[in-house]
Design a protein. Structure first.
Length: 133
């Protein structure tokens, strides 16, 4: 028997129909520093204040493409989720790496938001803001 669509109406008692609630959107924060002598705490606080429900912390050079915490976030993304960083340079050091990472995020039908770079926001609010400029 096929599973019903998650947004489909579900039967309620006495023949009435009730709507099934949408799954919650998860906002993933990604905080990265380059060396062990630096702290990700300030980034994590900013991300939490901006609405990140989960914050992944990583100590890795931005030039490295092998960043396990970022890979974990991308693998967990569902449609409608959002990846948030404090600044674009926390996500990538090169344009190529940035575009590859954003492509992986959009393949999952998720959004991206940079707190310091409003023009890079792919969430509904960011798109609306960009269209007004």
């Amino acid at each position: 028997m096929p599973k019903p669509h998650p947004f489909a109406a579900a039967p309620a008692s006495k023949g009435r129909m009730r709507a099934v609630s949408k799954p919650a959107v998860t906002v993933y924060g990604y905080a990265r520093v380059s060396t062990g002598g630096q702290s990700v705490d300030a980034q994590a606080r900013q991300l939490r204040a901006a609405g990140a429900g989960k914050v992944a912390r990583e100590v890795a050079s931005g030039a490295k493409t092998d960043r396990p915490q970022l890979a974990r976030i991308v693998s967990e993304l569902a449609a409608g989720d959002v990846v948030m960083v404090t600044r674009l340079d926390r996500l990538a050091r090169s344009t190529r790496d940035l575009l590859n990472t954003l492509a992986a995020i959009t393949e999952k039908k998720a959004g991206f938001r940079s707190l310091g770079d409003a023009w890079a926001d792919t969430t509904y609010v960011g798109v609306a803001f960009s269209n007004r400029i």
